[in-house]
Design a protein around this ligand. Structure first.
Ligand code: GLN
Length: 256
């Protein structure tokens, strides 16, 4: 019901509340056709947020498209974690890898204007969407097209943060909910750990002493990423649980 009201509000070019308030209004043939097309896309599993074109994250509306992952509520844990690691007025350098629509980088910048934030993505189309969001929110973030660290010039970050693709091959095949989102943002190789491991092993060379790596990972991957971080000489490695009580967020620190 919620989705059909939202889709009708798109075809009628109004708010959902108008649909409810004027439920006796007759819809034109053209709008009805538009509505039916949207309904049929939705029925086939096309995500509602791609149809609406936006998704709320940390109480901020972000534009999204099928070139960007739809921000998930559990990813807010990464933002909360990052905010808790630094004082309100600390001037720190942050690097976000694989920013997609920019949700993490822009939320951090909005909450802490003193932070200097660089956000990368391999996908130019995703980065374009992140720039649109930055403009809409009036936030200044440095955007760089980069395949993980390849075009990252500096190694003075106090925080490197990422929600990289970590879905394993089999899960991606069987999960119909994910089929319309970019494979680039989801697929983490056979075990799901390809990008996580790459980031863990390279981030240490781009962090300041005492700097933090904060990474989202799959619920079954905590032990593996903690072990891998320890092997790569990080200290104070732990995984935090998300609001569904699932292991979700690695914190690891470069030693001082
Ligand atoms: N949390 C997402 C999902 O399982 C995966 C996101 C990711 O791979 N970074 O739907």
């Amino acid at each position: 019901m919620l989705d059909s009201e939202l889709l009708l509000s798109i075809s009628e070019d109004c708010n959902r509340s108008d649909i409810i308030a004027h439920s006796d209004k007759v819809v034109s043939d053209i709008d009805y056709q538009r509505y039916k097309n949207l309904l049929s896309l939705r029925r086939n599993g096309f995500p509602i947020h791609y149809l609406i074109g936006k998704k709320e994250f940390f109480s901020i509306d972000f534009f999204v498209s099928s070139n960007t992952l739809i921000p998930r509520p559990e990813t807010e844990l990464l933002v909360d974690t990052a905010l808790s690691l630094f004082g309100k007025n600390e001037k720190i350098n942050i690097l976000e890898l694989g920013t997609g629509c920019g949700a993490i980088a822009l939320t951090l910048k909005k909450n802490r204007p003193m932070f200097s934030v660089t956000a990368t993505d391999k996908s130019i189309k995703a980065l374009d969407m992140a720039k649109i969001n930055a403009d809409k929110l009036g936030l200044e973030v440095n955007f760089v097209v980069s395949d993980w660290f390849k075009k990252v010039k500096y190694n003075n970050y106090d925080l490197i943060i990422s929600n990289p693709p970590y879905v394993e091959e089999r899960a991606l095949e069987f999960n119909n909910n994910l089929k319309y989102e970019p494979r680039l943002a989801l697929y983490g190789g056979k075990t799901g750990l390809n990008s996580l491991n790459l980031i863990i092993s390279e981030a240490i060379f781009h962090l300041n002493s005492g700097g933090y790596l904060v990474l989202e990972h799959g619920a079954e991957q905590a032990k593996k990423v903690i072990e891998f971080a320890l092997e790569n000489k990080y200290i104070s490695c732990q995984s935090l649980k998300d609001m569904n009580n699932k292991d979700r967020c690695l914190i690891a620190q470069r030693s001082i």
